[in-house]
Ligand binder design. Sequence first.
Ligand code: PEP
Ligand code: MN
Length: 339
Amino acid sequence: MVISMRPDATEAQIEAVIRKLQELNLDSHRSTGVNRTVIGAIGDISQIDTRDFEILEGVDEVVRISAPYKLASRQFKSNNTVIKIGEVEIGGREVVVIAGPCSIEDSEQIDKIARLVAASGARILRGGAFKPRTSPYSFQGLGENGLKIMREAADKYNLAICSEIMDASQIGLMLNYVDILQVGARNMQNYTLLRSLSKLNKPVLLKRGLSATIEELLMSAEYILAGGNQEVILCERGIRTFETYTRNTMDICAIPVVQKLSHLPIIADPSHGTGIRDKVLPMARAAIAAGADGLIVEVHHDPNKAVSDGAQSLYPEQFDKLMKELEIIARAIGRTLGI
Ligand code: PEP
Ligand code: MN
């Protein structure tokens, strides 16, 4: 943290800043220039609120130069974190695709989609049993019964399972069926839930919040890491902007930005990122080209009859073609796609 004093700051004001740093067990480095004095704070500033210094007499500007997250940062761990889910590794050389319906609807539906996405090369089955719907009157998910039929289908086609957890009270139940616990965009800053997940030894797929900055996403990951759970997969799923032609604005650039800042794997969700089927395909290709460690994509055998997100769900034939294209893109950037 660097504290820049005003040109007219008095010696007493400069000393007051240094004293405050000392009270917080921070060392200081004072440098007096021609126009002004700049004070560098040395030590752990993770607990510091920069505003506490901004309000001191004579202070012009306070800039935090180190990231507020630590465990999630590349400085803390330089090599990429690879998360193992059975035989699948997320964050390694292979690009991993998670695919399936938005919601689990019935056993025939989930079996059919699991078979199709597995045949196309998906490694993990997605499907919501607890759905965060904008309206309380919309379908809310099948709950435990949904997880049960999803597990049967996944086992039949040798797939792992990723499903959303909405509340800490669902942890015990979810652990019986699910391989990756998905934290949805709406819960990215539900710190009570994140703390509960931090006590587990289970991969968590943490989606970027609807209006969250990349730093806020990494701070949420920090909650999970700080409690002891090192298995966090980040997910860019689009953010809300002033644009109306797409459901969200897919922030592809977040992928290389996160990869520079953090060692955690990051995947992309072009389905929620765009909200429209024909936009999902180019954004899926772009995300892999940009270096994403994988994708989570909604696929439905009959999207027009899907109980949720039919408009953004790919037809199985589209998904199959996409996987073949992704294989070529992955190869072009020195990665693989196990299809
Ligand atoms: C989902 O994956 O079905 C979902 C609800 O996603 P998000 O939390 O990104 O909106
Ligand atoms: Mn959905």
